[in-house]
Design a protein around this ligand. Structure first.
Ligand SMILES: Nc1ncnc2c1ncn2[C@@H]1O[C@H](COP(=O)(O)OP(=O)(O)O)[C@@H](O)[C@H]1O
Ligand SMILES: O=C(OP(=O)(O)O)[C@H](O)COP(=O)(O)O
Length: 403
């Protein structure tokens, strides 16, 4: 079934429309360091505002624990949205309380409010269906219709993504439609060789997709926080690096399966090992099979792929016809550990084939390192979401919109 698009909702003039965006932007000391996801939400919001809808924006930011936590407030995001729209954006200091109710009731046609972080409420991410449904009912009181446009969360079965879409007349926004157009090209008949580059820190989330990706790709390049579980699976010690010890057996199976399928999984041969997590840490380039043999011993932690690995990855990317990349190769936010991510990004900009970068931090990384969006085939706002899409999974946030 085709995805229900905005047009299916008819004219929304004068109607209250709840819009689920993914405004989960990186923040440093309360300042947005990359506003890509806010910009990506503009087409749908402008379409609705121009129609004269009363727009109620909901989003999560970070992973707070189901209770208010000032460091995850959406207030700076509402401010940035106002600057980008060039008009006033109201902000409610709660999600379904008095402030939200007042702010929504005061909206006139063509006006917009951002409600506080959805994940300040335990119902949003609850594992109990009835709790999510109850929270969705509360959100539904603010809308006559629902537009789902947070592509980065369509793989999450959460109240504002799934249950809310079942309560109100609902459709996908323009961002979701655009994202799916590009990602469809990667799933239907990707030009080969097809390479997927994986890194980042959401290791347990993303290790799970590898099994499903293996039959679809020619080569997998593994960097970022994910690489240490692979090294451990090969029997190497990884010091204090990020490690998912309970995934080691699964990773061993991936390595065997890849052999059977003739898929190459390329692991780093060298790693940048640091004395601690910080920009001022001492650091050395070390062979990936001897991470603990540095002056930092078992307290050393791998924070980037090494230069030999980065060059090897760049070579594979250059000779690929389709490349999808999710997850920075290292802690790019700290200058000493940004080189691997930069080399990989540069290689993607130089490939003749289709290059797609996915993920909030990956997109932020390429921009922070000085690349332009136009140098890539597509920059997706969703990392986990696009990976799960590419592995052929049914995504709850899309299924509920008819897909
Ligand atoms: N070796 C590493 N150890 C710890 N964190 C890492 C490492 N490599 C990359 N990261 C971190 O991964 C984070 C991004 O991961 P993730 O959220 O999975 O990516 P995305 O948002 O693009 O999907 C970045 O903040 C980066 O600092
Ligand atoms: O940043 C996000 O995903 P991504 O890091 O996979 O791109 C989305 O906002 C989803 O956030 P979540 O992984 O906390 O559900």
């Amino acid at each position: 079934m085709p995805l229900r698009t905005l047009e299916s909702l008819g004219s929304l003039a004068g109607k209250r429309v709840v819009v689920r965006c993914d405004l989960n932007v990186p923040l440093k000391d309360g300042v947005i360091t990359d506003d890509g996801r806010v910009r990506a939400s503009l087409p749908t919001l402008n379409t609705l505002l121009n129609q004269g809808a009363r727009v109620v924006v909901v989003s999560h930011l970070g992973r707070p624990d189901g209770a208010p936590d000032a460091q995850y407030s959406l207030a700076p995001v509402a401010q940035r949205l106002s600057e980008l729209l060039g008009s006033e954006v109201a902000f409610a200091s709660d999600t379904v309380g008095e402030s939200a109710t007042d702010a929504v009731s005061q909206l006139s046609d063509g006006q917009i409010v951002v409600l506080e972080n959805l994940r300040f409420n335990p119902g949003e991410t609850s594992k109990v269906d009835a709790e999510r449904a109850e929270f969705a009912e509360k959100l539904a009181q603010y809308g006559d219709a629902f537009v789902s446009d947070g592509f980065g969360v369509v793989h999450r079965k959460q109240a504002s993504v799934y249950e809310l879409a079942q309560i109100l007349p609902s459709a996908a926004g323009e961002l979701i439609s655009t994202e799916l157009d590009v990602l469809d090209r990667l799933t239907e008949s990707p030009e080969r060789p097809y390479t997927v580059v994986l890194g980042g820190s959401k290791v347990s989330d993303k290790l799970g997709v590898i099994g499903h990706l293996l039959p679809r790709v020619n080569t997998l390049l593994i960097g970022g926080g994910m690489l240490f579980t692979f090294l451990a699976a090969q029997g190497h010690k990884v010091g204090s690096s990020l490690l998912e010890a309970d995934q080691i057996e699964t990773v061993k199976n991936y390595l065997t399966e890849a052999d059977k399928l003739g898929v190459e999984i390329i692991l780093p041969t060298d790693v940048v090992v640091a004395s601690k997590f910080g920009a001022d840490a001492e650091h050395v380039v070390q062979s990936a099979d001897a991470i603990e043999d540095t002056p930092f011993g078992s307290s050393g932690l791998g924070l980037d792929i090494g230069p030999e690995t980065a060059e090897r990855f760049a070579g594979v990317i250059a000779s690929s016809k389709t490349v999808f990349w999710n997850g920075p190769m290292g802690v790019f936010e700290l200058e000493p550990f940004a080189a691997g991510t930069k080399t990989v990004a540069q290689a993607l900009t130089e490939t003749d084939g289709l290059s797609v970068v996915g993920g909030g931090d990956s997109a932020a990384a390429v921009r922070a390192l000085g690349f332009e969006d136009a140098q890539f085939g597509h920059i997706s706002t969703g990392g986990g979401a696009s990976l799960e899409f590419l592995e052929g999974k049914r995504l709850p946030g899309l299924e509920v919109l008819g897909w």
